[in-house]
Design a protein around this ligand. Structure first.
Ligand code: MN
Length: 200
C-alpha cells in the first residue's frame, strides 16, 4: 500500500496529512484558508492522490506558516508513500490550460529538490490568500518531497486561473510520475540504482 501519514506539530502549526498515491482523487481538506483548500482539492482530484489535510495554523499572524508547513507535510507524506521509488515512472509533465492561461509543469522525482518558478500575479490576494505564498508552497513541497519541479506560466491574465492552472499542472505531472510503470517491474528508475538524492 503506497500510503503515508505525517503529523507535524510546532508552536506555529499543527498538521495531519494522509496520502494514498493509488487513490481516486478523493479529498478532505481544511487549512483555514479557503482559496488554499480550493487549490489542494485540485491537486488531489487531478493527481488521483487521495489527500486528507487538517492544518491549524497561526492565522492571527498571517498565512505564511500555515501554507509553508502544509507544503512540507504533504511533500513528506508523498516521499514516505513513495518509499524507495521502485517501479515508478519518475518523470511527469503537463501543459495545463485554463481559459486564457497556459502553464507548463515538468518534474522529476529525483531526490534532488529544486524549484524553477516563472509564474507572476498582478493581484496581491486571491480571496484572502496572499499570492506570494503560491511560490512558497511549491518550494516547500518540492523540498520536502525531493522533487525537481519546473513551473512556468506561458501566458495568463486572470489570477485565479493562473494559480489553478499551476496546481492542476502539478497534479497531472505528479499523477504520471508516481504511477507504477508495468514495464519496469520493480526496478528503481535510475542507472545509479538509487533515487535517494545523491549528486547528479
Ligand atoms: Mn477555481
Amino acid at each position: 500500500m503506497r500510503t503515508a501519514t505525517i503529523t507535524r506539530n510546532t508552536s506555529e502549526t499543527q498538521i495531519a496529512v494522509t496520502v494514498d498515491l493509488d487513490g481516486t482523487g478523493s479529498y478532505d481538506i481544511e487549512t483555514g484558508v479557503g482559496f488554499f483548500d480550493h487549490m489542494l482539492e485540485q491537486l488531489s482530484r487531478h493527481s488521483l492522490i487521495d489527500l486528507h489535510v487538517r492544518t491549524r495554523g497561526d492565522l492571527h499572524i498571517d498565512q505564511h506558516h500555515t501554507v509553508e508547513d502544509t507544503g512540507i507535510a504533504i511533500g513528506e507524506a508523498v516521499a514516505k508513500a513513495l518509499g524507495d521509488k521502485r517501479g515508478i515512472r519518475r518523470y511527469g509533465d503537463a501543459l495545463s490550460p485554463m481559459d486564457e492561461t497556459l502553464t507548463r509543469v515538468a518534474l522529476d522525482i529525483s531526490g534532488r529538490p529544486w524549484l524553477v518558478w516563472k509564474t507572476d500575479f498582478s493581484q496581491k490576494r486571491l480571496g484572502e490568500m496572499d499570492t506570494e505564498l503560491f511560490k512558497h508552497w511549491f518550494h516547500s513541497f518540492a523540498q520536502a518531497a525531493g522533487i525537481t519541479l519546473h513551473v512556468e506560466t506561458l501566458h495568463g491574465e486572470n489570477n485565479h486561473h493562473i494559480a489553478e492552472s499551476a496546481f492542476k499542472g502539478l497534479a497531472r505531472a505528479l499523477r504520471t510520475a508516481v504511477e507504477i510503470d508495468p514495464r519496469k517491474g520493480d526496478a528503481i528508475p535510475s542507472t545509479k540504482g538509487t533515487l535517494g538524492g545523491e549528486a547528479a
